[in-house]
Write a protein that binds this ligand. Structure first.
Ligand code: SF4
Length: 327
């Protein structure tokens, strides 16, 4: 399957992980095949597994922890040689299917993955090691556009904020083509329309209204809002910014093949980078800011959908306003 070049570097650090995913308070929905296997697990351990599953087929977390997490922070399913359910087995990997073609990646919400992605020094590359492909015209256009956008984002002679603004501007032209049902590739002439820095303070209330999993996140948003009102510009390590931008564009842009809204995917990508940069400017530790952002936002389809709606109806996200927060 297609994947970023860092994909195979992931290795779970298990009991050394500070934010073990089994402690995130996430609801792990168990797939039917796993439920069937769990129903046949013998002995005391089998009874424990079955007692840990709610009537909705979700592992019932106790005090925010998976009931099958050992006191040493290891998974009792693994310790007992039992096969995991799909979600536990996959995480932090994700897969997106486009017909027979599939792409994989690792999620920023896992601290081991965040460490790999944020500390990669060379330019990230996508490895296409599959004969499968999708020949839908919009998909072909989006895939070519993604390559063009990676080239813009990985132009290390240009300021990282300007790279994101140009990529967003490219996205505007891309969206015009899609709206006209014209899926032929096009030549892009770079145009940076940045005029005046805007802080993220108008945007943070949107994040405060989303559903929130961790109280630390709520406290961070509260403080960030106050800090943003006094902030002139953001600082962002250009290589970390590039890796983040490429991660989000890789993960989200091709999803526009399903809803034709490529511009929203790019806005979401660069909004995410800017939120992580702003959080890191307030709290330091960009790895932890990126991880928590991903847990709270990326892992909630409901939250992402609300953000996409805001792009349509909130003035702060209109192009001329939004472009000015990327600085
Ligand atoms: S968050 Fe990542 S490194 Fe930590 S336990 Fe989960 S998969 Fe392993």
């Amino acid at each position: 399957m297609t994947h970023p070049d860092y994909y195979d570097k992931f290795k779970c650090i298990a009991d050394k992980c500070v934010h073990n995913c089994c402690r995130g308070g996430w609801e792990i929905e168990i797939d039917d095949e796993a439920l069937d296997r769990f129903s046949k697990l013998p002995g005391e351990f089998g009874d424990k597994v079955r007692a840990s599953i709610s009537p909705e087929n979700i592992f019932i977390h106790k005090h925010g922890e998976c009931p099958l997490l050992s006191p040493e922070g290891k998974c009792e399913m693994v310790l007992n040689g039992a096969e995991l359910c799909v979600i536990c087995d996959e995480y932090p990997r994700f897969t997106e299917f486009f017909g027979d073609y599939a792409e994989r990646g690792i999620s920023l919400s896992c601290e081991a993955s965040a460490d790999i992605i944020l500390h990669k020094k060379d330019k990230s590359e996508i490895i296409f090691d599959t004969a499968a492909d999708c020949d839908e015209p919009i998909f072909v256009l989006l895939k070519k556009a993604r390559d063009d956008i990676f080239a813009i984002l990985q132009d290390r002679d240009t300021d990282i904020f300007k790279r994101m603004r140009l990529a967003l501007d490219y996205g505007r032209h891309l969206q015009d083509r899609i709206n006209e049902n014209n899926f032929k590739s096009f030549e892009y002439t770079p145009s940076d329309t940045f005029s005046n820095h805007r802080s993220l303070s108008e945007i943070i209330p949107v994040f405060k209204e989303l559903s929130i999993l961790n109280k630390e996140w709520a406290a961070m948003l509260e403080k960030l809002e106050a800090d943003e009102q006094s902030r002139l510009r953001h600082t962002l390590d250009p290589i970390i910014g590039e890796q983040l931008a490429v991660y989000f564009v890789y993960r989200y842009l091709l999803k526009a093949a399903f809803d034709c809204d490529a511009f929203a995917k790019l806005k979401f990508s660069f909004l995410s980078v800017m939120m992580i940069a702003a959080l890191a400017n307030s709290f330091g530790n960009i790895e932890e800011c990126a991880r928590l952002y991903s847990v709270e936002i990326e892992h909630s389809e409901e939250n992402i959908d609300i953000i996409y709606d805001e792009f349509l109806f909130n003035d702060a996200f209109y192009h001329n306003n939004f472009i000015n927060i990327i600085s």
